[in-house]
Design a protein. Structure first.
Length: 401
């Protein structure tokens, strides 16, 4: 445990939702700076789950709920991917009866339970003065709830989907784009060797940024995104043309997991929903692959074209962070500490137009961040627009919030 002469207070930090590279650098940045400034840092384990399951008894074993963070601990993990604090999609305001912690089951026995009063008591029991949740719009939406209940919250945006409102950049996005480009380039050799069309499904939920940016960088000929329902015949026609114009006889399309056929709806793996009401997307890449193969003879002299169908999935969110996801989390962590040192809370640290800043936390729940089709997506060519880059932000498609 870090010893300081004058304790200024206690900061709690947690990581929620899906893992991404850059979480450990953010935890490290907060901890190193906070310890130096005279704060104690408590890492809350497993997102909102750890603080939900905590037992307010000094004799209780709460090792699964929290840990004291020291410089030694965070330095060892700070350059690695994932989150050593672990994560979950727990939503304390919506806990099913069977998921209520044992020691609270007598008090909370409805089919759905709001454990927020217990969360607040648990934070007070730990002596936490400021809370730093690192997460996407789901995790941070509960941070907004706690802020409205009086908890001092300073939030850090994280998601490979890059869809947290109010910021141009979320931790994890750059590594996702980098991995997607790298893996697409690796699979080109197989696509070219067999003269096929390469269909790659990528994460992204309801926003198309993870398909748009790699395509814009040249990883794919076309992309289909959730914000625009696409015509499969048009997509097939374009990909066959791309293939036939390519000396190596292949073409590539990136399919966002939330993409939809014209006249259709999103494809879900099953109907089971997580705590935030989201069913798991996936499977659109398989359908697109099958349809393209079936339709390809229409545009290829009645000859069918074989497909390579690959779902990238967790491969783009695993492993170590790239340069951007090492630098931005460091800056975000220090921005959060700057606010705390000034006694400011209820803010989200952000990147806007290439500069670090902070905005009101409730932007997370007041709007949505998706691709602006009119500005950024060519619906006739099923790919990004490649013009008017002057004075655009670093990652080109900024938050509208």
């Amino acid at each position: 445990m870090t010893q300081v002469k004058k304790r200024k207070g206690v900061i709690g930090i947690l990581t929620g939702g899906g893992d991404v590279p850059g979480l450990n650098p953010a935890i490290r940045a907060v901890t190193i700076r906070a310890n130096r400034e005279g704060y104690r840092v408590i890492g809350l384990r497993r997102g909102w789950a750890g603080i939900t399951e905590l037992v307010r008894d000094k004799k209780a074993d709460n090792n699964a709920s929290y840990m004291i963070l020291t410089d030694d601990i965070v330095n060892k993990a700070g350059r690695t991917g994932g989150t050593f604090l672990h994560s979950s999609r727990t939503r304390p305001s919506h806990i099913k009866k069977e998921d209520v912690p044992k020691h609270l089951q007598d008090k909370y026995n409805a089919e759905m339970n709001d454990l927020t009063p217990e969360i607040i008591k648990n934070l007070e029991w730990l002596g936490i003065d400021y809370l730093i949740p690192v997460g996407g719009d789901d995790t941070l939406s509960y941070g907004v709830r706690l802020y409205k209940e009086g908890v001092k919250v300073v939030a850090i945006p994280k998601t490979m989907d890059n869809d947290v409102p109010g910021t141009d950049y979320c931790i994890g996005f750059s590594t996702c784009v980098t991995r997607t480009i790298m893996m697409t380039n690796s699979l080109r050799t197989s696509a070219g060797s067999h003269e096929r069309i390469l269909v790659m499904e990528v994460f992204g939920r309801y926003a198309g940024f993870t398909a748009m940016l790699p395509t814009m960088a040249g990883a794919a000929n076309r992309c289909v995104i959730p914000e625009y329902k696409f015509d499969i015949e048009l997509l097939t026609k374009l990909l066959v043309e791309d293939r036939n114009q390519n000396p190596s006889k292949y073409s590539v399309v990136l399919v966002s997991e939330g993409a939809m056929f014209k006249g259709g709806e999103m494809i879900f793996q099953d109907q089971e929903k997580d705590a935030y009401g989201h069913a798991k997307l996936g499977g659109i890449g398989d359908l697109v692959s099958a349809k393209i193969k079936d339709l390809s003879p229409m545009f290829n002299n009645n000859k069918s074209i074989n497909i390579i169908n690959q779902k990238l999935g967790y491969l783009v969110r695993g492993g170590d962070p790239d340069a951007v996801d090492s630098i931005v989390p460091m800056a975000y962590g220090n921005l959060a500490l700057d606010l705390i040192l000034k006694g400011i809370h209820g803010r989200l640290v952000v990147l806007k137009n290439g500069r670090y800043d902070d905005v009101p936390l409730d932007v997370v729940t007041s709007t949505k961040k998706v691709v602006n089709v009119g500005k950024n997506y060519n619906t006739e060519r099923l790919r990004p627009f490649y013009h008017s880059f002057e004075m655009k932000p670093f990652f080109l498609m900024a938050s509208e919030g």
